[in-house]
Design a protein around this ligand. Structure first.
Ligand code: ZN
Length: 244
């Protein structure tokens, strides 16, 4: 993902604008609060590693975690992460296309809205969200590098994250057709050692029986669909023990 709007100030030579720097510090601060890793901050701002690490420590009270970012595209295909990622990406795309918030601003604001949806109906935000901020950022990069696409479910017409070039015809999403193991415990899962799932598993051969219902929900982020999305997320979260 490219940086927002104007060209970022160069680290060397040119005197950096104080206003621009302040803006980037605020942006980095917001992202740290949302759980961003240092690599994400480095990619999205022109602030130095040292400044970012210091900012991170000031806000979080600990050193930033080391190690690689989560690189797996397949993670987004497992059923619960797929539902959450699809909600987030639809919101992000809407923000980026239809509001003044572009790119990294759309990411920050889209992710806030996602959190709101993911924790709706609960008195407080408990536990980790299924989709972390860093994964949300990776997701956008995967879309930008054309590794992923949105496929429309032929039953609910919602658009879901799928591998690029997967056949669109006959696609049924993980909400309309949850995998059989949904709701089973982790212990049970370990015993049965389920095989790895991928996007092909949520696809069916198009048939008359599976003909799309005209009355079903539209694309995920559309206004008025909030309740359905929230209900689906809640149902999915109840079976969360299965994820990862
Ligand atoms: Zn569906």
């Amino acid at each position: 993902m490219s940086r927002s709007g104007e060209a970022p100030a160069k680290k060397t030579g040119v005197q950096k604008s104080v206003a621009k720097e302040a803006e980037e510090i605020l942006l980095a601060t917001e992202m740290i609060h949302l759980g961003a890793r240092l690599q994400v901050l480095q990619a999205e701002t022109s602030l130095s590693y040292d400044r970012l690490a210091r900012l991170y420590r000031e806000i979080k009270g600990c050193s930033p975690p080391k190690g690689m970012l989560p690189f797996s595209v397949d993670w987004f295909m497992t059923w619960l992460p797929n539902i959450h990622s699809s909600v987030f990406y639809n919101v992000y795309r809407f923000m980026d296309t239809h509001t003044p918030s572009k790119k990294v601003r759309a990411l920050v604001e889209g992710y806030r809205l996602y959190l709101e949806q993911a924790f709706v109906g609960r008195s407080e935000q408990v536990g980790e969200p299924v989709l972390s901020f860093t994964r949300a950022w990776m997701l956008i990069r995967f879309f930008d590098s054309k590794l992923l696409q949105l496929s429309a479910c032929e039953r609910c017409h919602g658009e879901f994250v799928a591998h690029a070039h997967d056949p669109q015809k006959g696609f049924v999403c993980a909400i309309c057709r949850p995998p059989p193991r949904a709701g089973k415990t982790r212990a049970g899962e370990r015993r049965t050692q389920p095989r790895k799932r991928d996007a092909t598993e949520v696809q069916v051969v198009a048939s008359a029986q599976g003909a799309a219902n005209e009355e079903t929900v539209g694309a995920l982020p559309k206004a008025g669909r909030k309740a359905e999305v929230a209900a689906a997320l809640r149902a999915a979260s109840e079976a969360k023990t299965l994820s990862d």
